[in-house]
Write a protein that binds this ligand. Structure first.
Ligand code: SF4
Length: 266
């Protein structure tokens, strides 16, 4: 299990009125409101430097394992798909390893597969998955296959109950290995279980989100390279609590700025 890692790397940027208007506009667009009265040009100053930057690292880049794709495939096919390390192996239909680019600069980590994921073997394909895709594509201006998406658990807990501590302990080595091989620049932890697992903390998501934390890719503090981790709300929570969507958009903007990605105007 990773050791606790919660040092603040970057404070939230100051927000002026124009930025606040632009943020509200993008939050509404991101989550389904098609028209709001924002002055033309209000978004003009929101584009971050680095327009045109890619979310996928070139294969020649120093960080990231060039063999990550092959390694991940072997881990999935030889270990995860046949895994019996916890009782969820008895109730799952399919294991759900992860999907996306092995060279991704950005990895999303959720909690566990749900009903649709258990049937298809793919992460985030239900209603929450549709919202996550909207966040990535309409909000961040990226293609879903440019990033990597996975969960802490690779098997669905019955009736979507919360994962137990034993299940997380049994499964987290797979996640740690995925993150180490992909070596993203930023990890977004979706929801409290993912954030608590990755940061080894009992703090709630409301306290953790809104700032960057440190995650040690080796799984042991001080023993390997450190990357930035942004906790934010899980899309399933946002579907139940739409009033929190603006906070998630704010978190995503901070990640985009760190990656040098332009703020999407779509
Ligand atoms: S949840 Fe993880 S540890 Fe448990 S059986 Fe599935 S792959 Fe193995």
């Amino acid at each position: 299990m990773p050791t606790p890692q919660s040092n603040n790397l970057t404070a939230p940027p100051e927000v002026d009125v124009r930025a606040a208007l632009a943020q509200q506009f993008m939050s509404d667009r991101l989550f389904g409101v098609e028209s709001v009265p924002v002055p033309v040009g209000a978004l003009a100053g929101m584009a971050a430097p680095g327009a045109g930057a890619s979310a996928v690292r070139p294969r020649s880049a120093a960080s990231g394992d060039p063999e990550a794709g092959a390694r991940l495939r072997v881990l999935d096919e030889r270990e995860v798909q046949t895994c019996r390390k916890c009782s969820l192996s008895k109730t799952r239909t399919k294991t759900v390893f992860g999907c996306g680019s092995p060279q991704a600069r950005l990895v999303f980590v959720g909690e566990a597969p749900g009903f649709d994921e258990d049937r298809t073997g793919m992460p985030f394909v239900g209603k929450a998955g549709a919202l996550l895709t909207k966040m990535i594509e309409a909000g961040m201006g990226l293609a879903r296959d440019e990033v990597y998406i996975c969960n802490v658990l690779k098997c669905r807990p019955p009736s979507n109950r919360d994962p137990s501590a034993d299940e997380i302990l049994a499964c987290s080595a797979y996640l740690q290995q995925q993150l180490e091989w992909i070596h993203p620049e930023v990890i977004i932890a979706l929801g409290a279980p993912a954030a608590k697992t990755l940061l080894c903390t009992t703090s709630g998501i409301g306290k953790l989100r809104g700032r960057f934390h440190e995650y040690d890719l080796s799984g042991t503090k001080g023993a390997g390279p450190v990357v930035s981790l942004m906790p934010t709300y899980h899309p399933a929570y946002l579907l139940r609590n739409p009033g929190e969507k603006g906070k998630t958009w704010s978190d995503l903007q901070m990640v985009m700025a760190k990656l040098g990605l332009p703020i999407s105007k779509k």
